[in-house]
Design a protein around this ligand. Structure first.
Ligand code: RUB
Length: 325
């Protein structure tokens, strides 16, 4: 298990040292285990308050990937016991369960997604998604030959990570700039992407550029598979909330020297976008593959009774739910 403190983990998530929805969720859960281990809380209430505070620090890092609140909720709701010692070990056990579930979910969805890929298929990827790569890995393990066009993914170039990991699987890779995607989609059998959040209507929230790629793929008749374990289902969207799209620093897009030379301009750097369900062929989860419009059924089954924010202090809870109404 990782041994990073909550503050170090929060800093790494905010700076994207730790990134990608599943990896963020795992790191956050593991940081809570470290907090529990190192806590010198005098009594159970102080311990619980400390854990809630730690969860809020992690929650404040990045707003879009629902895997982060889902993981914090799982750990905080798993806290049980009448003594600090009992609470501490319940957190450690819950985090172990969370990490094991996450790994087995990725393994299972990988095998399901791999069934969609045939021997000789060419895929196109966007950004870097461990869930998406799990489908390729399982296809390769099953003896299928798969090749990949990898989109660079400006501004952070997560495509380089994808390219490296695909090469480690011996998958032939062609790296293209984002603007070349449409040009090469004729040669592609599947677009395979991950998700940071999935909304109740089946919309997929993923790295900026996913929606443009999906529209292009639909135009070319290329199917789009979204590989997303159920940790990516966004329970708040069941009650009409929308998913916040993170806006990141302008420096990721343009250097201050270039900007000065150009003159007075606005710069926008949204990290994610929303792909409507009509552009998505299948959402592949560890529970099977779903047409996007039917994902709400699974969301209700898994998260239907989730309306709690266990990181909120009990004294603020009434105010929060009143605000919510
Ligand atoms: C990462 C990204 C990934 C999803 C899914 O964005 O959009 O496609 O998080 O990843 P960023 P995974 O680099 O800004 O975090 O399948 O690994 O959860």
């Amino acid at each position: 298990m990782a041994t990073q403190t909550v503050d170090a983990t929060a800093e790494d998530i905010a700076s994207m040292e730790i990134r990608g929805a599943a990896t963020i969720a795992r790191a956050a859960a593991e940081a809570l285990a470290v907090q529990a281990e190192e806590s010198d809380a005098a009594d159970p209430e102080a311990f619980r308050a400390e854990m809630r505070g730690a969860a809020r620090v992690l929650l404040d890092t990045r707003p879009t990937a629902v895997s982060l609140p889902n993981s914090l909720r799982f750990v905080l709701n798993g806290m049980a016991g009448e003594s600090v010692e009992a609470l501490r070990s319940s957190v450690e056990r819950t985090v172990e369960t969370f990490v094991a579930d996450l790994e087995s979910a990725q393994d299972r969805l990988g095998r399901i997604g791999a069934n969609r890929l045939r021997d000789g298929d060419v895929i196109m990827t966007h950004c870097h998604s461990t869930d998406a790569l799990a489908t390729v890995e399982k296809a390769v393990e099953a003896g299928k030959h798969v090749e990949a066009y990898v989109k660079e993914t400006r501004p952070r170039k997560q495509g380089h990570i994808t390219a490296r990991q695909l090469r480690e699987m011996d998958v032939p890779v062609t790296l293209v700039v984002d603007n070349a995607a449409h040009r090469y989609l004729n040669d592609v059998d599947h677009v395979v992407v991950g998700a940071d959040s999935i909304a109740a209507d089946g919309s997929v929230i993923n790295k900026i550029g996913t929606s443009g790629l999906a529209v292009s793929a639909r135009d070319r008749g290329t199917p789009i598979m979204v590989a997303a374990q159920t940790l990516k289902l966004h329970p708040d969207t069941l009650t009409g909330h929308t998913v916040e799209i993170e806006m990141r620093d302008e420096d990721e897009v343009i250097s201050s020297a270039d900007r000065e030379e150009i003159g007075d301009i606005e710069v926008r750097n949204p990290a994610f976008d929303v792909t409507p369900p009509r552009y998505v062929d299948a959402i592949v989860t560890e529970r099977g593959q779903f047409p996007p419009e039917s994902i709400v059924t699974l969301m209700r089954e898994l998260y239907g009774d989730v309306d709690d924010q266990p990181w909120t202090e009990p004294s603020n809870r009434d105010a929060v739910s009143a605000d919510d109404r």
